[in-house]
Design a protein around this ligand. Sequence first.
Ligand code: NAD
Length: 457
Amino acid sequence: MLCTVANGGPEEIDAAARAATEAFEDWRDTPGTERKRLLHRVADLIEEHGDEIALLETCDTGQPIRFMSKAASRAAENFRFFADRSESASDGLALPTAGHLNYTLRQPIGPVGIITPWNTPFMLSTWKMAPALAAGCTVVHKPAEWSPVTAMRLAELVHEAGVPPGVVNVVTGIGETTGRALTEHPGIKAVGFVGDTRTGRAIMRQGADTLKRVHFELGGKNPVVVFADADLDRALDATVFMIYSLNGERCTSGSRVLVERTVYDDFAGRLAERVKRIRLGNPFDPATELGPLIHPLHLEKVLGYVSAGQEEGATLIAGGACPENPGSGNYFEATLFGDAGRSMRIAREEVFGPFLTAIPFDTEAEALDIANDVDYGLAAYLWTSDVTRAHDFARRLEAGMVWVNSENVRHLPTPFGGMKSSGIGRDGGDYSFDFYMETKNIDIALARHPVPKLGKG
Ligand code: NAD
């Protein structure tokens, strides 16, 4: 056991929502320049405590330190990016028409709830919180019960930076009680949620009575489509990275690799060699590439998919088991299944572990069909040297984000989010402000136009 964390109930949620409501008026009216200064100060503190944050995150989640050592810089970047947009967040449009000037402006929606999952919790908390604060909203944050530690550290740093009390509040606890109370609270105007698709559905129901605005970043079963004409060495590197980094506990992981049949055997063979060499071990060892999964229940879920793959007739090419001397962690080998059919569970459902399913295809049309034939639509990766095919295929992929000849390389002004069961709404750049702010239209008459007269006989 690492530590004991409070299980906040509806009373604590209510206290936090009241604090956020009280703080809202002042924070909303704080000049953008001042919000910018404070949010940059938060970023400074995150960077100053980068090593500590990396250690806490590795302790709490089992994520290898080689990846968590970058968690603080990614998080600080989120704060800096939105800090710089604080001053322009309320900007609108001028929409003149005959005799009238219409203009829009944006105003923060009010106190918002932020609910985050256990994968890369620190980075994700900042990804949701920074735009809310830059917009002028106050926040009640409910982190995941399996990884609450860095959320509390973040709140401490936010307060140390000088952000006024009540602007950021954290309540730890269980999703079905604490999280539920947050989504039902009438003082909370919107809920930014990152997590499982089923939980998203529950939150939508829970928020219905108070007409909560919701923003959902949900699960994925993201395809990596590899055509024979691609740079196969680079495609191989990216495929391995996008499923076995971050313990495979990553919403944008490329968890299905669709490979053109003419190069399938060669590609799958090279993939297997790499997968077998992935270094599984103590997450604090900088050489470790794959750490233990976050929780015994999650390990059980992932192992269930090994059985499902075998029962459905896919070929287990690498991994698939816990190592012999696992120590006390939830260690699970990097796993590769091949020759999978599109209807198998391992080809359709989100495993959320270091678990890759390889599927051969014959034609471009078949590849597109398989890629789109799942409930999810978060990210997709496409490898080809044919520029016409790249544009056409990318346009027809049912995914909110498509990377062509690249792994996931984020650029913060771009929209991040999914289609279908992968989400509602987009984050990043100005898109985040669409969620955290109300757009208001103001119409000013520019001349004394004739107003229709009733009741004059
Ligand atoms: P989860 O849905 O089980 O939990 C997420 C959060 O929701 C936790 O804080 C949990 O306590 C809370 N919660 C659970 N039930 C709730 C309820 N009824 N009301 C309110 N809150 C409730 O998800 P998880 O297992 O922690 O995270 C993994 C999932 O998150 C995966 O599906 C992954 O793809 C997804 N994810 C998506 C993105 C994205 O950007 N699309 C990013 C990261 C993770």
